[in-house]
Ligand binder design. Structure first.
Ligand code: MN
Length: 401
């Protein structure tokens, strides 16, 4: 990784950035991710995704919301009993019954939540602030009394007046909450706003702070990282950023940004990321956009002549991370932007000595086809080469494949 000097300078000024060993990823692909409209994982699929998250090294897996259905409860229970290294959590409303359901699943801990914004209190919960505070104190204490690790999320917290939030967070802390979450339920934060928000929470509680962001304005990852810059230690993610509406902060982006851009050695087996993304995409029935950061098929694919020539000599010229470290492969595609170096490299792959005349003629034909938007597969390239070599000289050796 070649670091930007400006990032290095910025990092030197970040006094609240946590130590890498304190960073926790609490992945919610199996809960918020599954709340993507139209997505429903089977218990077997959930278990397989949980195993891959565990292999990656995610510290906490939010496995589901047990009260949703019998199948959901069964899936959470199976994941909790799988013996993973990760702690298995599940979501609970501020109801003793939800905590009881979590206990029946044998989870390690729960994420308890209740909305706090006036908008949600008035139009959704139809509850007063006093009732909310009373419930938080009662249910967090109930979960703690039953031996659970407990996080508290103030839903729609980023649209909640801080005077009230302070009361809710301190109530949760006094009731024994092990972590409180800064929750941007509808994705309305900007990075500097998130830094302000997290600093305010830190000024009123001593427990660790987690952050849960949504991507309605495309800022979920930026806002999550800003929260970490301000001292939040736990980050909620989903694979590919799937989730309600525009989704959540993408796991692969958060991990790679923390490791590569912030220089944190977090110990994740990042080479699992590509397989994890493909698995989740398949089970969720979504396509991975070709330009998806980290795991999209175009991320390590090069066509432009200038780029290919540079990458073949030194990959770091156009690749800020290595494909292998995220389980991807570099590829060179041929088209109208192709240059000589790419053709030479492709000919060598086909076992053909890249003779100047052959290269020129193959390149001319590739560009002609590229202009006509014909896709140049390896098979088509082999045909072109055979044709050129057959009609040209005999200075090539037999193809090896
Ligand atoms: Mn959410």
């Amino acid at each position: 990784m070649v670091q930007s000097p400006y990032v290095r300078e910025a990092l030197e000024g970040m006094e609240d950035l946590p130590d890498p060993e304190d960073i926790v990823i609490y992945d919610t692909t199996l809960r918020d991710g599954e709340q993507t409209p139209g997505v429903s994982f089977t218990p077997d699929q959930k278990l397989e995704i949980a195993r891959l998250l565990d292999e990656l090294g995610v510290q906490q897996i939010e496995a589901g919301f047990p009260v949703v259905s019998e199948g959901e409860m069964e899936a959470v229970r199976r994941i909790a009993r799988e013996g993973l290294d990760a702690e298995v959590l599940c979501l609970c409303r501020m109801l003793e019954g939800d905590v009881d359901a979590a206990l029946r699943c044998d989870v390690d801990g729960v994420i308890t939540f209740i909305a706090t914004s006036d908008l949600h209190l008035r139009h959704k919960l139809k509850m007063s602030r006093e009732e909310v505070v009373e419930r938080v104190g009662r249910v967090v204490e109930y979960a703690k009394d039953h031996g659970l690790w407990v996080a508290f999320s103030a839903e729609d917290g980023t649209r909640t007046e801080f005077g009230f939030l302070r009361e809710v967070y301190t109530t949760a802390e006094e009731a024994g909450a092990d972590r409180v979450h800064a929750t941007d339920t509808v994705g309305v934060m900007i990075p500097e706003g998130m830094r302000v928000f997290v600093r305010k929470i830190r000024s009123v509680v001593d427990v660790p702070i987690g952050v849960h962001c949504h991507d309605d304005f495309g800022l979920a990852v930026a806002n999550s990282l800003a929260a970490v810059e301000a001292g939040a230690t736990a980050v909620s993610t989903t694979v590919l950023g799937i989730g309600e509406r525009a989704g959540n902060a993408a796991l692969e982006e958060v991990i790679m940004a923390l490791e590569k851009l912030y220089g944190m050695e977090l110990g994740f087996r990042t080479e699992v990321l590509a397989e994890l993304a493909r698995t989740v995409a398949e089970y969720a029935g979504v396509d991975i956009p070709p330009n998806k950061s980290v795991v999209g098929e175009n991320v390590f694919r090069h066509e432009s002549g200038i780029h290919v020539a540079a990458v073949l000599e030194e990959p770091r010229t156009y690749e800020p991370m290595d494909p292998e470290e995220v389980g991807m492969e570099r590829s060179i595609v041929l088209g109208k932007h192709t240059g000589r170096k790419a053709v030479e490299a492709k000919l060598r792959e086909l076992g053909v000595e890249p003779d100047d005349e052959v290269v020129e003629e193959v390149l001319r034909r590739i560009k002609e086809l590229g202009d006509r938007r014909v896709r140049i597969t390896d098979g088509r390239l082999r045909e072109i080469v055979e044709d050129v070599v057959g009609s040209g000289g005999n200075r090539t050796r037999e193809g090896s494949r």
